[in-house]
Design a protein. Structure first.
Length: 380
């Protein structure tokens, strides 16, 4: 099952043609829930793909080519499997896009954060060599209105620190909070003057009475000193993964387990996330409300725009399979986006939503559980 594994890019199955489908969603909380038409963005010339962000009419993520060995390349789509642009810059081994706004895309090439403007040749290396050295690493995960967020490590910065850029490597700002006893931190979402992400506290020593390392959702406004801990009362760990400038989304849990990274991959390399609850904030820890549908085993929210949220869940209601989910501000409003997909897909996840209500993510073919395809859920 999707929740029990991380994708291994070198062990994906055989390619298939893109599939298209639509259906009627199920949910509650409104007399007129939104409808979608699901469309695969998988081009038959490519081996596999996933869409991680959407802005306007464009979707972005990465694709795997048919080459042996497989080549991972940053990809930009325009609402069609055939209308796509390979953004992989010359001189890099692998690349991917994790965030985008109307004009720019961000992600990484090899070990360095990159910023694009719609073409492979437009790629700018954001890696701050003066701060992290050439031996360090960096990755940009989100961008909005000329501001980029991500993380990096190297030189005197170790382990990872949350970073903020304004279009150039020289503009980098270290957002790592010094007042919260954090061991490492990551910016994962950006919008307006807000940045959201996660911080890992110092802990987890070898002694029995050593405190466990905590994982907390964080909110910044451009400086390290501005950081706010969004961890809801009663929860042991949390992560903020996206912001619309007014609302923030992510997940929280009342259970403790150690493992995984900042949660920016397709799925983090953690145990089955039983107990995780999709969370919606409005700028403070006290504002947190759970989006978790009571009949599901777990849920996580990854995208937010215009009062709507998307992510995925698994457990009882989806026969223990992972399904993409959509909310409108409450647990009762949940819609199972997987119902808009044809039966050829066994599992799905949503990673981003734009102001028009279009949703992007990926789905797994039932005939080949190791292969994923980029999916666009078009708002009707």
């Amino acid at each position: 099952m999707l929740s029990r594994r991380s994708f291994v890019l070198g062990s994906l199955g055989a390619t298939t043609l893109p599939l298209f489908g639509c259906g009627s969603g199920s949910g509650s909380g409104s007399s007129d829930p939104p409808k979608f038409t699901a469309q695969s963005l998988q081009n038959p010339a490519l081996f596999a793909s996933v869409a991680l962000t959407v802005s306007g009419t464009r979707q972005a993520g990465f694709s795997l080519t048919m080459n042996v060995p497989l080549s991972q390349r940053a990809t930009l789509w325009n609402r069609s499997a055939t209308d796509y642009t390979d953004l992989h810059p010359a001189g890099y081994g692998i690349s991917a896009i994790y965030g985008a706004d109307e004009n720019h895309q961000v992600g990484y090439g090899d070990d360095y954060a990159l910023l694009w403007n719609g073409s492979a040749t437009s790629a700018i290396n954001l890696h701050p060599f003066s701060l992290l050295t050439s031996q360090g690493r960096s990755l940009a995960l989100a961008t909005h209105n000329g501001i980029q967020g991500g993380y990096g490590a190297g030189g005197s910065v170790s382990p990872d620190h949350a970073l903020l850029w304004r279009g150039t490597p020289e503009s980098v700002v270290d957002l790592h909070p010094l007042n919260l006893d954090m061991l490492k931190s990551f910016v994962i979402g950006v919008h307006g003057d807000q940045q959201v992400g996660v911080g890992f506290t110092i802990g987890g020593g070898v002694l029995i009475d050593s405190p466990p390392p905590a994982v907390y959702a964080l909110l910044w406004r451009g400086t390290a000193d501005s950081v706010l801990n969004l961890n809801p009362v009663g929860y042991l760990r949390s992560r903020a993964l996206a912001t619309s400038g007014k609302q923030q989304v992510g997940w929280a849990s009342k259970l403790f387990y150690h493992g995984g990274g900042p949660d920016f991959p397709i799925f983090s390399a953690e145990p089955i996330p039983i107990g995780d609850e999709a969370i919606l904030w409005s700028g403070t820890a006290e504002s947190a409300i759970t989006l978790h549908p009571s009949s599901w085993g777990y849920s996580r929210a990854y995208g937010v725009a215009n009062g709507e949220q998307v992510g995925y869940g698994g457990g009882h209601s989806s026969a223990d399979e992972v399904h993409a989910l959509h909310w409108r501000g409450s647990a009762e409003s949940v819609i199972d986006l997987h119902t808009f997909l044809p039966p050829e897909y066994s599992e799905s996840f949503a990673r981003g939503i734009n102001d028009n209500g279009d949703v992007v993510g990926g789905a797994i073919l039932r005939s080949n559980p190791q292969q994923f395809q980029a999916v666009l859920w078009k708002r009707q």
